[in-house]
Design a protein around this ligand. Structure first.
Ligand SMILES: Nc1ncnc2c1ncn2[C@@H]1O[C@H](COP(=O)(O)OP(=O)(O)OP(=O)(O)O)[C@@H](O)[C@H]1O
Length: 612
């Protein structure tokens, strides 16, 4: 296929372009990133008793106001409370998948097994049921608040339109350009388009944990190829013998592949040939529409020898299979242009002296007034576990362990364990008062996946917020109505069981305090079959996190020791999680550690993309 055929237009794009000089195609639709301010709090609460305050909070919730709990990154006493502003909405938007249906779509997660390809590829990870995790004793009024809508930029909309029209396309963009947000919109719209056939849209990703982010399964699991080491012909034979897998191939109209940077090029070709064989059509993937996304400058495919890596764009059939290529240019995660430019230089491995000096200057320690530290990102899970458990053991408070309840149709213990191990939530979660935690679900537009908090106490759900809840009467109890649109008692909240009350720090300096009860995570095939499920608190310890797990996350406070980074793309993934330079600490910055893969750098220069 000629270059001209690889894009709608044939405009050569300089991929080093940043949002400071966006091409015509990236001109945005008007979009005000700052959500409207919430109504001001009612008058002083200083003179109110705990009970009166709670009644007032209920009234506020009914009036669609937020509870004026805390502000300015410190816990307020009752006397401070009168000056407290309600927490303003966070600029970060909720993924659309959350607000628009009864499923919660969890975030991108890591391949948590630290470079074990078999484990990465084994799982099929999917969606989580609607959160039912904030519990108060109040009878909650009907849902009073919806998360703010995401307005797609013009370039995002353009891609959505072409996807709707049935084009096979690949879109990329640097970290934080809204690839995942757009993908969720595409999935939603294509599911609507094909609503008569529930399994027409196959949602997949290169790794189990990445698939979890978009409510899908691994590409291996979708294709029914196991590890996929045989030839395409042999694999097609094998699939034919499995009715479920072969039906999936025949019924699929659209195949979504996320995090394509981690998909091996040879596998891409095999999948395409398998599609042609099974569907008896010569076209790539047997004529299935492809929607592919990812950033090749981020994490590469898993190989034993990294010099042998073959990217998906190197596949023989890549150009035939993908008729349109796009590059998103508007960065949403960071608002500081200097930081955006530094990250962009880093992505291409072409750091200027100025950026190197600036990155070096970020080694300074950062003090946060609210007691929550930055999340330290490590390449290896062992370091993460050591860091988290070290910090936990320094807390002088009694531990509370929460054990997950697992289920699902997969009977083979090995296969099931592999699937479960890809969930962000762990089988055993031990917490203590003062533990630093991260929320791993989106609740609304301020409490999102990635929100950081501190366990302030443990409480029984039936006591929380009542007169018997002595600490809750200090004015820190938030009504359920202002938090979640579900008022049901979580089925998994066992009576008498103590759950953590978490005080979350909001990016605007405000705080919100919630009782967190268990929630369910599941791996679900398009047919509705739940292959594996886990009910656990939607929290993880958050002093440290692996870089793989952080992929796809947006974090306000990040600490990275580049001395430990060993793989191309890792440093870029880690540093690009941060929303600002103020919240980023970088130790042992070494420009040699931020090289782009030469094949990716060369390929990106030859790209032809759509101009408008
Ligand atoms: N159109 C939009 N309007 C407002 N915010 C947006 C928009 N698109 C994305 N965002 C926000 O930008 C941030 C980054 O988005 P997202 O995670 O989709 O980027 P990404 O390109 O997938 O990043 P990465 O490659 O690092 O995973 C998120 O906080 C998201 O809510």
């Amino acid at each position: 296929m000629s270059k001209a055929q690889s894009g709608l237009g044939s405009v050569k794009r300089d991929w080093s372009i940043t949002s400071s000089n966006p091409p015509k195609s990236s001109q945005e639709l008007p979009w005000d990133p700052t959500p409207p301010k919430q109504a001001p709090p009612p008058s002083s609460s200083a003179a109110l008793t705990g009970r009166e305050k709670r009644l007032r909070d209920i009234q506020n919730a009914l009036d669609n106001r937020s509870t004026p709990a805390v502000t300015q990154q410190k816990r307020l006493s009752d006397s401070d409370a009168s000056q407290a502003a309600p927490p303003a909405k966070k600029k970060r938007q909720l993924p659309p998948g959350y607000r628009n249906n009864d499923e919660y779509v969890p975030p991108k997660h890591e391949r948590d097994d630290d470079h074990d390809p078999a484990a990465w590829r084994s799982g099929a990870f999917s969606t989580v049921s609607r959160p039912a995790l904030a519990k108060s004793t109040y009878t909650a009024p009907p849902p009073s608040k919806k998360p703010a809508a995401v307005f797609l930029s013009q370039e995002q909309n353009q891609i959505l339109k072409l996807a709707q029209e049935g084009h096979s396309l690949f879109y990329t963009g640097s970290a934080g350009t809204g690839k995942s947000v757009l993908l969720r919109e595409i999935i939603k719209s294509l599911k609507k388009k094909h609503s008569k056939a529930a399994d027409a849209v196959a949602i997949t990703a290169s790794t189990g944990i990445a698939a979890c982010n978009i409510g899908g399964v691994t590409i291996h699991s979708f294709a029914g190829i196991g590890l996929g080491i045989e030839s395409a012909e042999e694999l097609a034979q094998k699939i034919r013998k499995n009715k479920k897998s072969s039906t999936r191939w025949l019924r699929t109209k659209v195949l979504i592949i996320d995090e394509v940077s981690m998909l091996d090029g040879d596998l891409f070709d095999k999948l395409s040939r398998i599609g042609s064989i099974l569907r008896k059509k010569l076209e790539p993937f047997g004529g299935i529409q492809l929607i592919v996304t990812g950033d090749f400058f981020q994490l590469p495919p898993v190989t034993k020898n990294s010099s042998n890596v073959k990217f998906a764009f190197e596949a023989d059939l890549w150009k035939q299979a993908i008729s349109r290529t796009f590059n998103l240019t508007k960065v949403f995660r960071q608002h500081d242009q200097e930081f955006v430019d530094m990250l962009n230089e880093m992505r291409f491995g072409t750091l200027s002296r100025k950026s190197i000096d600036k990155f070096r200057s970020l080694s300074r320690p950062i003090h946060y007034d609210d007691g929550l530290g930055a999340t330290e990102l490590f390449p290896l899970r062992g370091d993460v576990d050591r860091s988290n458990s070290g910090r936990m053991s320094r807390l002088n408070t009694p531990p509370q362990t929460f054990k997950a309840v697992d289920g699902g149709t997969i009977q083979d213990p090995g296969q099931r364990d592999k699937m479960l191990s890809n969930f962000m939530c762990t089988e055993l979660l031990t917490l203590r008062q003062d533990a630093q935690v991260m929320l791993i679900k989106n609740l609304d537009d301020t409490l999102v996946n990635g929100s950081m908090g501190r366990v302030v106490r443990f409480c029984d759900p039936t006591t929380y917020g009542t007169d018997r809840d002595v600490e809750g009467s200090e004015g820190q109890v938030e009504t359920l109505a202002s938090t979640s649109s579900t008022a049901k008692k979580p089925p998994s909240a066992a009576p008498g069981m103590q759950y953590p009350v978490v005080e979350f720090s909001l990016p605007n300096g405000g705080k919100r305090t919630l009782l967190i009860t268990p929630d369910s995570f599941k791996v679900e095939l398009p047919t509705g079959e739940v292959q594996a499920s886990r009910t656990q608190l939607p929290l993880i310890l958050a002093w440290a996190m692996s870089i793989h797990k952080s992929q796809g996350q947006t974090l306000d406070r990040v600490k990275v020791d580049l001395g430990k980074v060993f793989e191309k793309g890792q440093a870029y993934v880690a540093l690009s999680r941060a929303t600002s330079l103020d919240g980023l600490q970088v130790l042992n910055f070494d420009e040699k550690k931020v090289q782009a893969h030469p094949k990716v750098a060369a390929w990106s220069k030859t790209l032809e993309t759509v101009s408008d």
